[in-house]
Design a protein around this ligand. Structure first.
Ligand code: NAP
Length: 477
């Protein structure tokens, strides 16, 4: 079933340090036997887990959280060396993974309790059962956190998982799965495979696979979702975003700037929920630009392992080249370069935080996701214009609204066509909060009770002592 690997796919997985450009390690693609073994072991584990109550897995998930914390520094360095994020941000990612693991270890058994139903058909309830092996396809921007969002809930449910990570973050994939193994989770809980795209399709087609969760771009999502659809496998898609950060006319600009500066530069701007479009009320627009520009000038590029560095390199030469191309195209199509976009004299993949204004709907930049520190700033003259502009997007992932009036902010938030909106604060990601979007940002949610239920069999069981032949409305016979 699994075809021989094509020559160009061999050794596609590479760790390249984006600060030094050094190729640190290459990894061979998965073999036919590795794929088959992982499906076999996953199937056995699925059947084994079905016999055990959910709560029995909670202790091991806490052990995984403990081990993540114990090995935080080593794990964080792997991230920083492989995809360039600041070491402090890498440590934060490891801690967030531990938080997610603890949360699902503590709450899953209760959240997966059967739900009783009131019906004249009999004693009815919906039980939540595992479904089988899942494939997760993950991106490079948060190499551990993206895995944990799928792993923790599905481990508790009892769905074994196969991981296909980004070809640019194989070392992170190996480091994460090593933690799972070292913590003592059974083999097959999470199997990392360096799959080619063709092999991803073949794995999805396998009858032992029951679902696929992808986080990535629209292009990757569309391709994997098509295969999932073809083989009738349930899927969830966490894709890109072009999030709006709305600054209403009564907002406190000091607070706005503190959040805005981070919202576009955290993780070198490579975040699906980065605020990519700043939509600013006319009365605050000039001052907003001035102050945002000032904060952007203070970033210090350097080695992301150095605590003093505040501007990290982008994840790869490819990511930087794409962003430069997009910025140049935006300017060629009439955008005004307010600040930035000048070369940084370091060998790594650095991109200077950049501010663009005067982007019109006919500019390609208007609808595109720019995956790096480029702030598009728009001027609006009313609340309604701000909402309309926020909604004039092919994406619908997150968003932020700033106003001194929290209630007004909540009303505006309700009118924004996205999956998540935060008023007067950062865009948080926490295990108790659902994460996901609408439109081309994908479908389904990860984390929270909603994410926990993404891949369960909601099984209805109705029981009576004997049939009631007098009460047949709705009976299918
Ligand atoms: P990507 O190119 O779509 O890659 C994501 C994953 O999908 C990688 O493992 C990639 O493998 C795989 N993939 C891509 N095309 C595939 C195909 N045709 N068949 C099988 N697998 C395929 O995305 P990216 O550039 O790494 O990540 C950045 C994107 O992710 C941005 O758009 C960002 O907004 C989005 N994102 C979304 C969320 C969210 O929660 N909504 C979170 C983070 C990032 P290879 O590396 O082998 O190509």
């Amino acid at each position: 079933m699994y075809e021989n690997l094509k020559e160009e796919h061999l050794m596609a997985y590479k760790t390249i340090n984006p600060f030094t450009n050094e190729v640190i390690k290459t990894f061979p693609n998965a073999t036919k036997n590795q794929i088959e073994d992982s499906l076999k072991i996953g199937t056995d584990l699925y059947h084994q887990w079905k016999k055990e109550p959910v709560a029995t897995r909670s202790k091991k998930l806490h052990d995984i959280a403990d081990l993540l914390r114990e090995k935080e520094e080593e794990l964080a360095q792997t991230l920083t060396i492989e995809m360039g994020k600041l070491i402090s941000e890498a440590r934060g990612e490891v801690e967030l993974c531990a938080l997610i693991a603890d949360y699902f270890a503590d709450h899953s058994a209760e959240l997966l309790q059967p739900t009783p139903l009131t019906t004249k058909a009999g004693e009815a309830r919906v039980e939540k059962h595992s479904v089988g092996i899942l494939l997760m396809v993950e991106p490079w921007n948060f190499p551990y956190y993206q895995i944990m969002r799928v792993f923790a809930p599905n481990y508790m449910i009892g769905n074994p998982m196969i991981l296909k990570h980004s070809s640019t973050t194989p070392s992170s994939a190996v480091a994460f799965t090593k933690i799972i193994t070292e913590a003592g989770a059974p083999a097959g809980s999470l199997t990392n495979l360096f799959l080619t795209h063709d092999q991803v399709d073949q794995v999805i087609a396998d009858p032992r696979i029951q679902g696929v969760a992808l986080t990535g771009s629209e292009r990757g999502g569309s391709s994997v979702a098509q295969t999932a659809g073809k083989y009738l496998k349930k899927s969830s898609m966490e894709l890109g975003g072009n999030d709006a950060f709305i600054v209403l006319d009564d907002a406190d600009l000091d607070q706005v700037i503190k959040v805005a500066a981070r919202a576009r530069t955290y993780n070198a701007g490579q975040v699906c929920t980065s605020s990519k479009r700043f939509i600013v009320a006319d009365n605050l627009y000039d001052e907003f630009l001035k102050q945002l520009g000032k904060t952007y000038r203070h970033f210090k590029p350097g080695d992301p392992l150095d605590e003093q560095t505040t501007l990290a390199p982008m994840s790869s030469a490819k990511a930087k080249a794409k962003l430069e191309e997009q910025v140049n195209a935006a300017i060629a199509n009439g955008a005004v370069l307010y600040q930035g976009n000048t070369a940084i004299d370091l060998p790594g993949q650095f991109f200077e935080p950049t501010i663009l204004t005067d982007i019109t709907p006919d500019n390609p930049a208007y609808y595109e996701e720019m995956f790096g520190s480029v702030a598009q700033v728009y001027r609006v003259h009313s609340e309604q214009e701000a909402i309309a502009l926020a909604n004039d997007s092919h994406y619908g992932l997150g968003g932020i609204v700033f106003t001194k009036d929290k209630k007004r902010g909540q009303k505006v938030a309700s009118q924004i066509e996205t999956g998540m909106v935060f008023v007067n604060t950062f865009l948080y990601t926490l295990p108790e909060l659902p994460f996901g979007g609408v439109k081309n940002s994908g479908y389904g949610r990860e984390m929270s009770a909603i994410g926990l239920n993404a891949f369960v069999n909601d099984k209805l069981i109705v029981a009576v002592d004997k049939p009631d032949f007098e009460n047949r409305a709705g009976a299918l016979f």
